[in-house]
Design a binder for this molecule. Structure first.
Ligand SMILES: [Mg+2]
Length: 355
């Protein structure tokens, strides 16, 4: 197993000292910076550690599908990526901490690993970016088998990475006394000035949301499908003024879009797509299913503002499997209202998950 005495495995930021480990420039241990051997006075431990690290990198390399945008992936001090002419690089990062964002007693490491990559892919989708590559950094607890845990986390990420053509091209790994911490950085590309931003919503735009909302705690917060393909399909066929992914609840994330755009909105509560999980949760806790749909968060669906004719075209054709729903309109006044069944308007409070 990987071993470290509560300190960084990587040698890159430590002063160089002659050690017993010699590597050719192209050896695999040059790839995953945190898994490089470090100079140790205890030679046997250094060799044992290096063998484990090489095993992990070799294991990872065998699971990585080559992609055209990767000039140099795992195999050097840093990855080298190709950004095609006329496209911009989109970069996002997200960190999950055991005990804060997940509990390994409730979810397997594979599911947690999948989520760690998925939330980043969802952010790329929210910008209309095509995935390019990802970096994965792990702080593994000293207790237990760190190497096996690292493999399980990556096993969870790999299918999603392959599905969305987002290869893992490097990262960093520590073993430390703290909780399991997973940091993923994802990169994508988008045609120049074509990225979706939160700030572009205009009065008269329609508000559309993909999929269904609420009750994610029953499992979808781990197993959600980042709307990467949907975002690219919409991007290529329709004009979109503003977008974000719903991570903290529709009400709160909509408020963020409105604030960024300097506009307001009226949401038709009868149209909000309420998931069956939201209904189940409502039966358990006595809240209204609508409240779950508005405030639960971790839906990782897309919220989009489109010109009305584009929104109509999108809703008429419904070309995506996940479906989407027109839930309201953007207004000039800077407030967020909800229209009830009887036609009355009340303020839609920006309640949701606050980090
Ligand atoms: Mg986001």
């Amino acid at each position: 197993m990987l071993r470290a005495e509560g300190r960084r495995l990587a040698a890159s930021k430590e002063p160089h000292r002659p050690g017993p480990v010699h590597c050719s420039p192209n050896s695999p241990d040059q790839a995953w910076s945190g898994l490089r051997a470090k100079p140790l006075s205890r030679y046997s431990r250094a060799w044992e550690q290096m063998a484990v690290e090489l095993e992990f990198i070799d294991w990872l390399n065998k699971r990585t599908t080559p992609q055209s945008g990767i000039v140099v992936g795992i195999g050097d001090d840093a990855a080298l990526l190709k950004v095609p002419a006329g496209r911009q690089l989109v970069v996002t990062t997200d960190m999950l901490v055991e005990g804060v964002h997940f509990d390994l007693a409730d979810a397997t490491a594979e599911r947690v690993g999948r989520k760690a990559l998925g939330v980043n892919l969802s952010d790329l989708a929210a910008e209309a970016a095509s995935p390019l590559a990802a970096l994965v950094s792990l702080s593994l607890p000293k207790k237990g088998n760190a190497l096996e845990l690292a493999k399980e986390l990556l096993e969870g990420m790999m299918p999603l990475a392959n599905k969305h053509r987002c290869p893992i091209v490097g990262g960093d790994t520590n073993v430390a006394a703290g909780p399991l911490t997973i940091s993923v950085t994802a990169m994508g590309t988008v045609a120049e000035n074509q990225a979706w931003l939160r700030s572009g919503a205009q009065p008269g735009d329609r508000l559309l949301v993909t999929g269904q909302l609420g009750g994610s705690l029953l499992g979808r917060h781990l197993d959600f499908e980042p709307r990467v393909a949907e975002a690219m399909a919409i991007r290529d066929r329709y004009e979109v003024h503003a977008a974000l992914d719903i991570s903290d609840g529709l009400a709160l994330d909509l408020a963020r879009m409105l604030a960024a755009s300097g506009v307001g909105a009226i949401v038709e509560v009868d149209r909000i797509p309420i998931s069956s999980a939201a209904v189940t949760m409502a039966q358990r806790d006595g809240k209204a299913p609508l409240d779950h749909a508005l405030g639960d968060g971790e839906d990782f669906e897309l919220l989009l503002a489109l010109p009305p004719d584009e929104a109509k075209r999108l809703c008429d054709t419904q070309p995506l499997q996940c479906g989407w729903t027109d839930i309201g309109e953007i207004t000039q006044t800077c407030d967020c209202k909800q229209r009830h069944t009887d036609g009355t308007l009340t303020t839609l409070e920006p309640l949701g998950y606050q980090h």
